[in-house]
Structures are given as C-alpha cells and as structure tokens.
Design a protein around this ligand. Structure first.
Ligand SMILES: C[S@@+](CC[C@H](N)C(=O)[O-])C[C@H]1O[C@@H](n2cnc3c(N)ncnc32)[C@H](O)[C@@H]1O
Length: 279
C-alpha cells in the first residue's frame, strides 16, 4: 500500500493558507475555536476577538482562502459552537469565574456584553448561523445543517434553561454540483444518511481541550472525498482530521497555531495506521 502524505504546518491559518496551491484540496473538515471560550495561548489566536462580529469577519477571511484552495467540486464541513452574551458576575463568567482546570477567555474578557447585533445580557448569540450567513454572503453555497447530538453533554449549572447538548456542522460547497458520496456513510437501515448525528466523545482524552470525535471526521471525510484526495484542516488541534484522513487513505494538510498542539498532531498522526475500518 502506497503511504499517503500528511503535512502539518505550524502558524496562523491566515498567513499559511496562501502558500497552498489553488484548487488542490477536495474537502476541508474543521472546527475553529469557539468565540470567547478557550485560551489557546497565542496572540494570533482566533476566538479572542473583543466582539463576535470581528470573530465572524476573521472566519470569513480564513474560509475565503479555503474556498480558493478547494477544487471546483470540493466541500467544506464546518463545526462551530455558540455562546452567550454575559455581563460580569461570577459563575462561569467574569473575574471570579469558576473555570475548573480549563483556561478560559471569558475570564480575561471580564465579560462585557459585546456592542453588536443588539445583544443583551444572557442572549444566546446564535454564532453558528451568523457565521453560516456570513460565509453564504461571501460566496459559499450552504447545502446542509447537521445537528450533532452529543451522547455525553457537558454539564452546565443552569436552572433557567435546558442544558445544551447539540452543536452544528454545516456543509458548504464551492459550486452547485460537487463531490458527495451518499453510499460512503448510510443509516443502519440502509437509508440515506440523516442530518442528525448522535455521537459520543472518543475514549481517552488526549490533552487537547476541544477535540471533535473521530467518527465525526470519518463521516465528513468519507462523504466528501475519495482515496488519495487531499483533506485540509486549518485549525488542526490534536490532529483528529489528519489521523482519520490517514486511516482512510487520504492525504492531509493541517495548520495549527500552537506549537505544543502541532507537536501533538505530529505524534498522533505518525502513530495512526492506514485503512483501519471502524473504531
Ligand atoms: C477547536 S480546536 C480544533 C480541535 C480539532 N478539531 C481536534 O479534534 O483536535 C481549534 C484549534 O485552532 C487553533 N487555532 C486558533 N487560532 C488559530 C489560527 N489563527 N490559525 C491556526 N490555528 C488556530 C487552536 O490552537 C486550537 O488548537
């Protein structure tokens, strides 16, 4: 079996994406940092913008370059999370925040309701759809919204609303017709795959605070690419997209800003074995 090539670039996606040739990538599977949530310890990190409208603009910039590097029949699979507008206080927001052992940006921001979109204290921001509409306006074709229903939802100490147990995955295309293999992943009954995916977290955390499950990456990669195609993740994290790409015989390019995480990507990807079916 011919080994597939995997590249891991360390740095800011906005600076490194321009080095990738146009129309060389079949599919992009990615999850950017969520706005105002975690601190990835780098001045160029996305997610630390003072307000969410600047975050949306930064993502539009990144994904404009992604659109350039995608083949004409390529797709983007984008997992992005929501957040609440909050004003000071304690709890999981403000200077006295109880944040467990995860470094959180909301502490640093000192939680002021951002001055945009008419947001008020405790408003759910609706960020996934705001990002989706901005990408649509920038030229992407929005083809599907998949609900990821989490088997194990993160506990929340809330008593005035239901605990959040879902996230969104958007499927975008560059052109009206695009590569999508409906037979690569099907429902257990054999029916066409539905747009609600019930997925649990991977066993054994790897030290990165915000990974998506390998099964999520597996579905996107198999639906959106063929063997030997190249898959891109401009927010590589712990390397989940690259690992699954390698397991299923796809080439990959990952970009990760934080050098500790890019080292983690390299290590985990060199341990991954090609053509492991199922998890
Ligand atoms: C949500 S995590 C991705 C996790 C990944 N899907 C996984 O399963 O491991 C987002 C990653 O984006 C990285 N990041 C933040 N800003 C970036 C930028 N400007 N360019 C490249 N990577 C960035 C962070 O360091 C973080 O590791």
């Amino acid at each position: 079996m011919k080994p597939v090539t995997s590249r891991i670039l360390t740095g800011d996606s906005r600076k490194l994406l321009p080095s990738i040739p146009s129309e060389s990538i079949q599919c992009c599977v990615t999850s950017p940092p969520y706005w105002g949530l975690r601190d990835y310890d780098h001045p160029a990190q996305i997610g630390a913008e003072p307000s969410p409208d600047q975050y949306v603009q930064n993502l539009v910039e990144v994904f404009r370059e992604v659109r350039r590097v995608l083949r004409k029949d390529g797709t983007l699979w984008l997992n992005v999370g929501d957040g609440y507008a909050r004003n000071g206080g304690t709890g999981n927001c403000g200077p006295n925040a109880i944040v467990g052992n995860t470094k959180r940006l909301i502490q640093k921001r000192n939680c002021k309701v951002p001055d945009c979109w008419g947001l008020k204290d405790r408003d759910l921001i609706g960020l996934p759809w705001r990002v989706a509409f901005a990408l649509q306006t920038d030229g992407w074709i929005l083809r599907s919204k998949i609900t990821w229903l989490k088997k194990t939802a993160m506990p929340e100490s809330v008593k005035n609303r239901p605990t959040s147990a879902t996230e969104d995955i958007f499927l975008f295309s560059k052109s009206p017709t695009y590569y999508y293999d409906p037979n690569a992943v099907r429902e257990e009954t054999g029916a066409n795959l539905r747009n609600c995916w019930i997925l649990g977290p991977d066993a054994n955390g790897n030290g990165h605070p915000a990974t998506f499950p390998r099964e999520l990456a597996r579905r996107c990669i198999l639906l959106g690419s063929r063997a030997n195609d190249t898959v891109l993740d401009p927010f590589g994290g712990s390397g989940t997209t690259g690992i699954v790409a390698k397991q299923f015989d796809r080439k990959s390019i990952l970009i990760e800003l934080n050098s500790d995480y890019s080292k983690m990507c390299k290590k985990r990807m060199s341990n991954a074995v090609q053509k492991t079916l199922g998890f």
